[in-house]
Design a protein around this ligand. Structure first.
Ligand SMILES: *Cc1c(COP(=O)(O)O)cnc(C)c1O
Length: 425
């Protein structure tokens, strides 16, 4: 048994997550002294005795409560695997969550959580725009199960959201509030505290309304939704957590009470991450803070350059929010830093945006984000192209918009590339 609590502090002081990412949850004597957790590329695990096998299954199927100090043993890699368990323990540290569940993709995490917590007749209130996959799942797939989606535009105030809830008579059956903040690609913020208030207002003794936050854009380093009233935090770990554009994975975090049943449901959907993905993510977590700090600094440098440029009409960057703007108040309350996602409107339209994108040399033209390399894309015709133009306009997406995900390159080289591509327009 491994005493995680003791491992996470020194002389009574709690250690920071970045100090623990190399060792937390793993003991070298489990693996011939190997300093790194090996890849446990195995489908099944040998029981020491039939009695042990029986005990593990009793716990796995919830047939009885755990004895004091009893731990769930390893059974089969769809239920548990050391690479996943150690990774999940490490992931809880950034968000200060009780429990984590890792999935084979961000969409697997999101769809599993929504399917688990929503029942026919329930309402899911969600911000807009959402990541395309989440938008499709919520507005096209969930209705097949009798679940009703109700959307509001990110950045809307309390009154407007309450008006939508009332108009759609959504309050009584509200079960989950699902938000993405900052929104993609506009960086509009949704006030998590306000969402908690809506959730509490519509909760009853038997029916607690849950707030779920897709924290892919700023987390897990720059935003901690559980501290602002969220019940569940979701990630596409494909982005900053993986961070090298070489894996697809997802995470859900929250209390043990909420996450344990999600993990049980995951066992039946069979969409947990495999040991290799788990191992790669542990490798990635060691440099997470380092990467995100570098990316955040680079992004500020790039955003400052863009804000003075004559070919840039408008910039959507959290670091440029000004006092007096209601979005600034939300930013101050719930974000730790502006992160590394920058969107801007180029002077002109699609033609100018495409000329810019086609002229980039160092920055790659690709969707996805959060990786070590900088990426650029055109939301209106790429990531958000399935949203009708009229809806795009309501969400603040236009054809002159370009989205940048800033990486760890030298910031002067990034500005050199962006500058020459703007000159080519
Ligand atoms: C990429 C992304 C997803 C989906 O994650 P996958 O790992 O691609 O399944 C969900 N939400 C946001 C905000 C994303 O950027």
């Amino acid at each position: 048994m491994f005493d995680k609590k003791a491992h996470a502090s020194l002389k009574g002081k709690k250690l920071h997550p970045e100090s623990l990412m190399m060792s937390y949850g793993y003991r070298p004597d489990w693996s011939e002294g190997a300093i790194k957790c090996p890849i446990f590329q195995t489908s099944t695990f040998v029981f020491k005795s039939a009695e042990e096998g029986k005990a593990f299954f009793e716990l796995a199927y919830g047939l009885r409560e755990k004895e004091p100090r009893e731990e769930m043993g390893l059974i089969y890699s769809r239920l548990n695997n050391p690479d996943l368990e150690i990774l999940e323990d490490r992931l809880t540290l950034w968000d200060e969550a009780e429990a984590a569940a890792v999935f084979e993709s961000g969409m697997a995490a999101i769809s599993t959580v929504l399917l688990h917590f929503l029942n026919p007749g329930d309402v899911v209130l969600h911000s807009e725009p959402l990541y395309g996959g989440s938008e499709y799942f919520i507005t096209k797939v969930l209705p097949k199960f009798g679940i009703h989606p109700v959307g509001f535009v990110a950045g809307s105030g309390r009154k407007e959201i309450q008006r939508i809830i009332d108009q759609r008579e959504a309050g009584k059956n509200l079960k989950v509030i699902f938000i993405e903040t900052p929104a993609n690609p506009t960086n509009a913020l949704v006030d998590m505290r306000m969402c908690r208030e809506f959730a509490d207002r519509h909760s009853t003794a038997e029916r607690r309304v849950l707030v779920a936050v897709d924290n892919t854009f700023l987390g897990p380093v720059w935003q901690h939704p559980l501290k602002h009233g969220a019940d569940l935090v979701l990630y596409s770990a494909t982005k900053y957590i993986g961070g090298h554009s070489d894996l697809i994975a997802g995470v859900c975090l929250g209390s043990e009470e909420l996450i344990n049943p999600v993990k049980a449901f995951r066992t039946f959907l069979g969409n947990m991450a495999g040991p290799w993905t788990g191992w790669l993510m542990m490798r990635s977590l060691e440099t997470l803070k380092l990467r995100m700090t570098c990316q955040m600094k680079n992004a500020r440098y790039v955003a400052d350059f863009l804000s003075d440029h004559p070919k840039v009409e408008r910039i959507y960057y959290l670091g440029h929010l000004r006092e007096g703007d209601p979005q600034y108040e939300i930013y101050r309350r719930q974000c730790v830093s502006p992160g590394a996602m920058i969107t801007f409107d180029i002077v002109g339209g699609e033609e100018q945006a495409f000329r810019f994108l086609n002229s980039l040399k160092l920055i790659k033209l690709a969707v996805s984000l959060g990786s070590t390399e900088s990426l650029a894309e055109h939301p209106a015709t790429m990531t958000h192209s399935d949203i009708p133009a009229e809806e795009q306009a309501k969400m603040g997406i236009s054809e002159k918009m370009v989205r940048l995900s800033i990486g760890v390159e030298n910031p002067e080289d990034l500005v050199l590339d962006i500058g020459q591509a703007l000159d080519a327009v």
